[in-house]
Design a protein around this ligand. Structure first.
Ligand code: PMP
Length: 399
């Protein structure tokens, strides 16, 4: 006799990327494969101070069960953080704390998606979102993107055609694409939401990780310019990429009726996000430590992104094309086939492992019609010298 599993699991495969990650343990491999921030960036001293303050100020709050919506001082700090980035009319009660933004995506799946419903996502998009939405039985439709983010005319056609329950976008430094939705398109997306009464989900874990100039305001920050759009907008934030993913602090801003349903579902899932982590994050933000941390991560990742871009141009030349990232953690590249070189990034990944460098082929990031010439390189975890060495190995794999 074998175990019987829920039918919904038939919709999801374990990711091809997992298989690749098994190879990363090989000694000497330089990895551009992960989506992790660099653990050397963690502000250990600041977090220790925040833990101490949380435990001495309010041990009951930090160690006891808490409200499902989140620890109130953290909700208020997060609302203040969002206000500092141009969001208007948001109080602590307007957001819920989630266990990473990953949980927000799961709660959206749980509250909005079911077999027969459709979600539109970008092609390519965050792999875990594809899998999570499929687990709830949704049909996924892919909206094409270019360097300025999702193609809005095409998106409108798809909305009219499919009447989706939601449209999931990563407007700023997308994973994996690195693309940044232009200001003009941001406004049009908000107008589409109102015109077609369609829920737009803005997933924004990377918006704070810009290198030189700040990106355009988030959809949430722009929503006050488009009357009615706040009723059709969800915004997911996260401290994972800027402070620490291990804290598992994310948050979701959503229309009140949706927020109430998501809170109900979270109650049955984990009751609440760790109060210890929430109290720590609240004290960290309250102590004003975030601006210095942001300055450090922006400068470090900015240097690494430049080093990777230069090395790619030098070592791979016309065989790859990519847009130099302005923020985030990733270079999204395409094999051009120039000079009769390889065009299949899956094959390149295999060869690259043999040369001692790992990256992720792009195909699994598409819910349909994968572009097999694409691949994702993370510049977050290796220093500049290792980046140059890794890209040189990549060049040798392609030779
Ligand atoms: N959304 C996107 C686009 C991501 O890249 C990630 C992490 N890789 C997440 C959500 C989840 O992040 P977390 O749960 O750590 O907040």
């Amino acid at each position: 006799m074998s175990l019987s599993f829920a039918k919904r699991l038939d919709n999801v495969e374990t990711s091809a990327i997992r298989e690749l990650f098994k190879l990363l343990g090989k000694p000497g491999i330089i990895s551009f494969a992960g989506g992790f921030p660099d653990s050397a960036m963690f502000d250990v001293a600041g977090i220790r101070q925040a833990v101490d303050t949380a435990l001495s100020d309010e041990p009951g709050g930090a160690l006891q069960y808490g409200a499902t919506e989140g620890y109130q001082p953290l909700r208020e700090q997060l609302a203040g953080f969002m206000q500092s980035k141009g969001v208007q009319g948001l109080a602590g009660d307007g957001l819920m704390v989630t266990t990473g933004s990953q949980q927000a995506l799961d709660l959206l799946g749980k509250t909005l998606l079911e077999p027969g419903s459709t979600a539109i996502v970008e092609g390519p998009t965050f792999l875990a979102t594809i899998q999570c939405f499929r687990l709830y039985g949704a049909d996924l439709v892919s909206a094409p993107i270019d360097d300025a983010g999702v193609q809005v005319d095409r998106l409108e056609q798809l909305i009219v055609q499919h009447r989706p329950r939601l449209v999931y976008l990563i407007p700023t430094f997308g994973n994996p694409s690195g693309a940044m939705l232009s200001l003009e398109r941001r406004k049009r997306v908000l107008e589409l939401a109102v015109k077609h009464q369609t829920l737009i989900v803005e997933d924004d874990p990377y918006g704070d990780l810009y290198f030189d100039a700040p990106p355009p305001p988030s959809l949430l920050a722009l929503s006050h310019q488009v009357p009615g759009s706040r009723d059709w907008l969800v915004h997911c934030g996260s401290l994972s990429k800027v402070l620490s993913p291990g804290l598992r602090i994310g948050w979701m801003v959503a229309p009140p009726a949706l927020l109430a349903k998501a809170v109900m579902c979270k109650q049955f899932s984990d009751a609440h996000t760790s109060t210890f982590a929430q109290a720590t994050a609240a004290r960290y933000l309250a102590a004003g430590l975030m601006p210095a941390t942001l300055a450090t991560v922006r400068a470090t990742y900015g240097r690494r992104a430049l080093a990777m871009g230069q090395a790619l141009r030098q070592e791979l030349g016309a065989a790859v094309e990519f847009v130099q990232p302005q923020g985030g953690l990733f270079v999204w590249a395409r094999l051009t086939g120039a000079g009769g070189k390889l065009r299949d990034a899956g094959e390149l990944a295999q060869r690259a492992i043999e040369q001692g460098v790992a990256f992720v082929p792009g195909a699994p990031f598409y819910c349909a019609d994968p572009d097999r010439s694409t691949f994702r390189l993370s510049f977050a975890t290796a220093g500049e010298d290792l980046i140059r060495e890794g890209v040189a190995r990549l060049g040798r794999s392609l030779a």
